[in-house]
Each structure stands twice: as structure tokens, then as C-alpha cells.
Design a protein around this ligand. Structure first.
Ligand code: AMP
Ligand code: GLY
Length: 436
């Protein structure tokens, strides 16, 4: 089968790397891709957020499957125009992608499907914002209602900071969702859906803040690991039965079936499992870690989802070794990143056993030299016999890479590797058996 993958990032590099291991995938194209993707497959320099440009490319290439990586093309209706033209598309319609594009819509669906999430209020102005902040109290959680790649959320103890974020969103013509604070560790679970039924991948954990110890502003994600040995046994079943399947059923009932990957962002709180957010696509950088372990051929799995033929009883096949992904970001990220700097050492890192480098914001100059071209530049991914070893390998790879002003966290998966993650209310995580 011939596959076209849309998107420019590390997630797309991970997807393409996995596709190339699928014996039924004979040809892969990417648009626009990045320098690492261009080393693997032909890339096409179109605007992947423009439905007409994507349709023209697909019409030329005639892929058997189109995989849409990021949220922007989904929100722009790229999947709809492709589906209408008869292509098999892995990625939800514009309407179904509202689960990610509008926090308020996601809350409505969760209420209709009885899915546990944080209590929330939509605020349109300062008075409503103040009332909502005082209803829930500190810590305050204020979310821009639109697409913001995880960066539109402010979590703070400071009421003035919370209010200032709300006012910024109002000034930009938007609304905000203000909600109760959820304590407890976060989990990302990717659920592959064909619109009717669904199959979960293995859970991962993402590191959203820029600095160690979860300090500093939120980013798109600075690292990830999988699986989560500390998570309660039965977590995945609980999330499927109480969250993912009811949501997918509710979307189908409304005539807007969700075909693609439902990213369920969870908090394991003292009051139980709660949805923090839904996304309508694979997470970045969790995908870089999760797909490093998936042995089931990815192209066949995503084609089955795109064509309504997912087998909910299929047992996915996983490498038993854990995977860790550590992101290298540019200077000044998550603010306007510095770009155009030389990146060295990627080949050396790739030569380490069980280590691979996935590009995100990279490009090559005329002399074929590798340069930074975005906020998150690349991720070093490693498998190890245990998390301690996987971390060591990933950081050994990172040590070989040079980027002026580059930033990376040194504590990705550290707490989990040290057995120090506590699920509130779970007395003894060692007795839970973990999630495999
Ligand atoms: P979102 O864009 O909704 O995923 O939010 C980004 C990040 O903000 C999440 O991954 C959490 O770390 C944090 N966050 C969002 N909502 C809450 C909440 N209700 N309580 C605590 N932290 C939250
Ligand atoms: N890693 C967070 C996200 O993809 O939104």
C-alpha cells in the first residue's frame, strides 16, 4: 500500500519510521515533512493545512491511505475534502475534530456521554471569569477555548495571573474555559477509532513544562516515556469503558463519527480518573516513545481504522522494553524560538544501539548542513531493559548532540524510574501490577 503522511514534526517522523517497517507498506510520501523525514521518503513542499493543496497532491499520488498528523489540517477540513474525493483517511472530520479544537465542545460531549472530567465554566468577560475563578478557588486553571497546542492553558496559584490570561484571551476575541484543578499524575492514552469501535495503544506520560521539576511555562511537550508501570491495573480498561467508547458512541450518535486517534489526556486524581483534555490526533512527543515499542504493523492498523474495519479484539504486539523520548528545544522556546542554528552529532547518536533520533523542527541548508527550524528541534528516543537503562541511553544520545542555546530536561521519566510516582488514593503502587 501507498501512504501519504501530512505534517512537519517529530510525531510524523515517528509514524513514518513505523510505517516503513510494515511489510504491506510499499511507498510512503510526506508533506511537508522535515529534514529527518526527507532522509527516509519523498517529501512534498505544500501547505498541509490547505485542503485544496492537499487534495491536489493526493490526486497526483493516489495513496491508499492518508494519515493526518497535526490538529491544524483537521480543524481546516483537510480530512473532509479527501474523504469526499474517495480517499481513505486516518483523521477525524472537521466537525469531529472539534473535540480538540473547542474545549467547550469537548465539555458538552463529555457531559452527554457521562465522562468524568473537571468541573468547568465558560467565561466570555471579566465578570464571568472572576465568578468562575472564585467558584473553583486556587490553584486556578484558565484555558483558551481555541487551538493552542497545549500552550493556551495557565495553571497558577495567583488569581491576578489567572485573570490576566483570561483578559488576554478576551482581548483576542476569544472565550475561556475555567475549571477545577485536578491533582495527581497525568497519563496520555491513544485510542485508535474507526468511528464505531476502538483499540487502545499503551499509555504514556508526557512532560509539559519547559524546566525540570515541572517548572516554567507549558510547552507542546519536552519528553515522554511508556509504559507506565506505576499506573493502577485496569486503568486502560476503565478508560476505554468509561471514557473512550462512550465518547466515540456519542460522536457516532450525533452523525459525526470520530475516525482517527482519540488522544485521552487524563489525571489520576484523589477522586478518580478524570479527563484533562481530548485531542483529535497522536500526541507529540508521546508518539515518538509509544511507536518505538509497537510491533503490530502500523499501516495496516490505521488503514483498518480509516476504512471502518478495526478489529476490537485484536491483540497488539509490543516490544516489552520501555521507551524514553527526550526533546531538544531551541533557545527561547516556548516563546519565539531562535532558529537557523547548526545541529551536530545526530548521526553519532543514531549509531548508539537502541537509540534513534526523530526530527521535528529541522531543515538542511544549501550545503546539506542540518539546521534548527522550530521550537522543538528533535527527540532522542531509546529503548532499554528497564526505564533506568532507557533513560541512560536516551541521555547518552542527547550528550552527543550539539545545538547552541538548545534546551532539554534532564528529568524525563526520572521519577518513574526511581519508583516515586504516587497515585493519590492508591496506597501501594507496587501491588497494582502496572499496565502492560
Ligand atoms: P490542555 O491543553 O487542556 O491539555 O492543558 C495543558 C496542560 O495544563 C495539561 O496537560 C495539564 O498539565 C494542565 N492542566 C489542564 N487542565 C488542568 C486541570 N483542570 N487541573 C490541573 N492541570 C491542568
Ligand atoms: N504532548 C501533548 C500534545 O501532543 O498535545
Amino acid at each position: 500500500m501507498k501512504v501519504l503522511v501530512l505534517g512537519p514534526g517529530g510525531r510524523e517522523h515517528a509514524i513514518i519510521r513505523a510505517l516503513l517497517k510494515d511489510p504491506q507498506v510499499s511507498e510512503v510520501h510526506a508533506a511537508p515533512g522535515n529534514a529527518g523525514i526527507a532522509d527516509l521518503v519523498p517529501t512534498h513542499q505544500i501547505n498541509a493545512n490547505d485542503p485544496a493543496e492537499v487534495l491536489a497532491l493526493a490526486t497526483k499520488l493516489t495513496p491508499d491511505l492518508v494519515i493526518i498528523g497535526p490538529e491544524a489540517p483537521l480543524a481546516a477540513g483537510v480530512s473532509d475534502i479527501l474523504r469526499d474525493a474517495g480517499f481513505n483517511v486516518f483523521g477525524p472530520s472537521q466537525e469531529a475534530a472539534q473535540l480538540e479544537a473547542s474545549k467547550a465542545f469537548a465539555k458538552q460531549i463529555m457531559a452527554a456521554a457521562n465522562v468524568p472530567t473537571a468541573m468547568a465554566k465558560v467565561a466570555n468577560n471579566r465578570d464571568e471569569a472572576e465568578e468562575a475563578l472564585d467558584t473553583f478557588g486556587a490553584p486556578y486553571v484558565v484555558k483558551d477555548d481555541g487551538l493552542a497546542a497545549g500552550k493556551g492553558v495557565v495553571v497558577t496559584e495567583d488569581r491576578d495571573v489567572a485573570l490576566a490570561h483570561a483578559e488576554e484571551c478576551f482581548a483576542a476575541g476569544g472565550t475561556v474555559v475555567i475549571e477545577e484543578y485536578l491533582d495527581g499524575p497525568e497519563v496520555s492514552l491513544f485510542v485508535i477509532s474507526d468511528g464505531r469501535t476502538a483499540l487502545p495503544l499503551q499509555p504514556a506520560q508526557d512532560f509539559k513544562r519547559i524546566f525540570n521539576n515541572d517548572e516554567g511555562p507549558n510547552t507542546g511537550g519536552m519528553g515522554a516515556y511508556t509504559p507506565l508501570d506505576w499506573a493502577p491495573a485496569g486503568l486502560v480498561d476503565e478508560v476505554m469503558n468509561r471514557i473512550a467508547l462512550p465518547t466515540i458512541e456519542e460522536m457516532a450518535r450525533r452523525g459525526t463519527p470520530f475516525v482517527g486517534v482519540l488522544y485521552v489526556g487524563l489525571a489520576l486524581t484523589s477522586r478518580g480518573t478524570r479527563v484533562v483534555e481530548f485531542n483529535a490526533r497522536f500526541g507529540d512527543p508521546e508518539t515518538q516513545a509509544v511507536l518505538a515499542r509497537l510491533k503490530t504493523p502500523l499501516g495496516q492498523l490505521l488503514l483498518a481504522a480509516a476504512t471502518g474495519q478495526l478489529d476490537e479484539d485484536e491483540q497488539l504486539n509490543w516490544d516489552p522494553r520501555p521507551a524514553v523520548a527526550v526533546v531538544l528545544a531551541s533557545a527561547n522556546y516556548p516563546d519565539t524560538p531562535r532558529t537557523g542554528d547548526r545541529i551536530r552529532g545526530v548521526k553519532k547518536a543514531n549509531r548508539l544501539p537502541d537509540v534513534h533520533v526523530l526530527h521535528a523542527g529541522t531543515k538542511r541548508d544549501d550545503g546539506d548542513k542540518l539546521l534548527s527550524a522550530g521550537g522543538r528541534v528533535l527527540a532522542v528516543v531509546a529503548l532499554g531493559e528497564d526505564l533506568v537503562q532507557a533513560r541512560e541511553e536516551a541521555y547518552a544520545g542527547m550528550d552527543l548532540i550539539e545545538l547552541e542555546g538548545g534546551q532539554f530536561r534532564t528529568d524525563i521519566a526520572a521519577k518513574a524510574a526511581a519508583g516515586k510516582i504516587q497515585v493519590p488514593g492508591a496506597s501501594d503502587s507496587a501491588s497494582t501490577g502496572g499496565v502492560r
